[in-house]
Design a protein around this ligand. Structure first.
Ligand SMILES: [Zn+2]
Length: 346
C-alpha cells in the first residue's frame, strides 16, 4: 500500500512515512506498519493475522510506486467502498497498474469497479520484463506476443469501455502503446497498437481524457495535415511530370523531323486549302495546314510515277497539264501534291 492515514487523519504517502509511527488503513481503519528493508521498497502493511476488508491484490512494484509518487496525495489510492483506485486524474479518469497477468474475472471485476465509481477507466500494464525476456516484440503498429495473457485475448468483450495501455521501457525510455478501439484487430499473438507515445505525450493523453477532450484529436489533426501535404506534393509532382513529358515529346518530335529531313526519305506533303468553289463552298478542311510525312516505301509505284510526272510538268512550266494532273492526284489521294524529292535535278 502506497498511502495511509496518520493519527491526525492526514493522508501520508509511503515516501513521507516514518517507521514506528502510527498509521491506519484507509479502507478498514486497522493499524498499519511501515515495512522496509526487504527486497521491496518500503510499503504500508497490515499486521500479521489482521485481514483487511479489501481482499484485492494491488500492484506494489517499484514501477507502480514510482508512478504514484508522480501524482499528488489527493489523486493516489482513492477509496470507494472496500477497495481503491490506484490513481484518479481530475476525478474523471481512474488508472489501475499491473505488472502481471490476472484472472479474467479479476480484470472484469476491477474494471467494473472503476467504471461504477469514475467516468473513465484505464489500465496501465508494465511489460518491460517481458520485453527484456524476448517474449514480446514491439513493432510499429503492434506487438507480437508469444503466449499472450488470456485477459488480453478476451479484451474484445470490454467493448471499448476502458483504455488499455502497455508500457515498455526500451534502453531507459518508456514507450506507451495505446490499445483502445482495437478490440477486433488481434489474433492469438498480436496486439495492435493504436499509437506509441512517449511519457510526456502519454501524460497529455490521459489528461485530455480526464479533461473530457478527445485524446486522439491532436493526432487526428496531425494526420490530416500530413495527408494534405502529401496530396499537395503528389499534385505538384504530377504537374512537373506532365511538363517534363511534354518537353520530352516536343524534343523527340523535333529530332525525328530533323532525322527524316536529313535522310531525305519521307516526302513532305502539305494538305492544301480545299478549293471552295469546286467543293461548293464547303468549309475549309480543318487539317489544311497539317504537315504529313510519307516515307518513300509507302508510295506505291503508281503514286511515284504520277509524282514524277507532276514534277516534270512543273519543271517544264506546263501549267495547264500540271494543274489537271494535280487535280487527279488530289481526288485520288485526298491531299494535294506539293513536293517530291524524286525529281530534284541532280
Ligand atoms: Zn485495511
Amino acid at each position: 500500500m502506497f498511502s495511509a492515514y496518520d493519527n491526525q487523519n492526514n493522508k501520508i504517502s509511503i515516501n513521507d512515512a516514518v517507521a514506528g509511527e502510527f498509521y491506519i488503513c484507509p479502507t478498514c481503519k486497522k493499524r498499519l506498519y511501515v515495512k522496509a528493508g526487504g527486497r521491496k521498497k518500503p510499503h504500508f502493511c497490515h499486521y500479521r493475522n489482521e485481514s483487511c476488508i479489501d481482499y484485492w491484490k494491488y500492484d506494489e512494484s517499484d514501477w507502480s510506486n514510482k508512478w504514484k509518487s508522480s501524482f499528488s496525495n489527493e489523486e493516489v489510492e482513492i477509496i470507494h467502498h472496500e477497495h481503491h483506485i490506484d490513481i484518479e486524474v481530475k476525478n474523471n479518469l481512474g488508472i489501475m497498474f499491473s505488472s502481471s497477468s490476472m484472472h479474467w474475472e479479476t480484470f472484469i471485476e476491477k474494471t467494473d469497479y472503476m467504471l461504477r465509481n469514475i467516468n473513465n477507466a484505464m489500465w496501465l500494464f508494465n511489460l518491460t520484463d517481458l520485453y527484456k525476456k524476448g517474449t514480446i516484440e514491439p513493432k510499429r503498429n503492434c506487438i507480437i506476443w508469444r503466449g499472450i495473457w488470456k485477459m488480453f485475448y478476451d479484451y474484445q468483450y470490454l467493448e471499448n469501455a476502458v483504455w488499455i495501455v502497455i508500457e515498455i521501457a526500451v534502453k531507459g525510455v518508456s514507450w506507451f502503446g495505446i490499445l483502445k478501439d482495437l478490440d477486433r484487430s488481434y489474433n492469438d499473438k498480436t496486439l495492435y497498437v493504436l499509437r506509441w507515445l512517449k511519457e510526456d505525450q502519454f501524460r497529455r493523453y490521459f489528461n485530455d481524457i480526464a479533461d473530457k477532450k478527445d485524446p486522439e484529436l491532436p493526432y487526428k489533426v496531425e494526420e490530416e495535415r500530413q495527408r494534405k501535404l502529401k496530396e499537395e506534393a503528389n499534385e505538384k509532382e504530377r504537374i512537373e511530370r506532365e511538363k517534363h513529358e511534354a518537353a520530352e515529346r516536343i524534343e523527340r518530335e523535333k529530332l525525328e523531323r530533323q532525322q527524316e529531313e536529313k535522310e531525305g526519305q519521307p516526302v513532305l506533303l502539305r494538305k492544301q486549302k480545299v478549293d471552295e468553289e469546286k467543293k461548293g463552298g464547303q468549309q475549309e478542311n480543318k487539317k489544311q495546314n497539317e504537315r504529313v510525312y510519307i516515307p518513300e516505301r509507302l508510295l506505291d509505284p503508281e503514286m511515284k510515277q504520277m509524282s514524277d510526272r507532276l514534277n516534270e510538268l512543273n519543271r517544264l512550266n506546263r501549267f495547264s497539264e500540271f494543274s489537271d494532273l494535280a487535280m487527279i492526284w488530289y481526288e485520288k489521294y485526298g491531299f494535294a501534291w506539293t513536293y517530291s524529292p524524286y525529281n530534284h535535278e541532280n
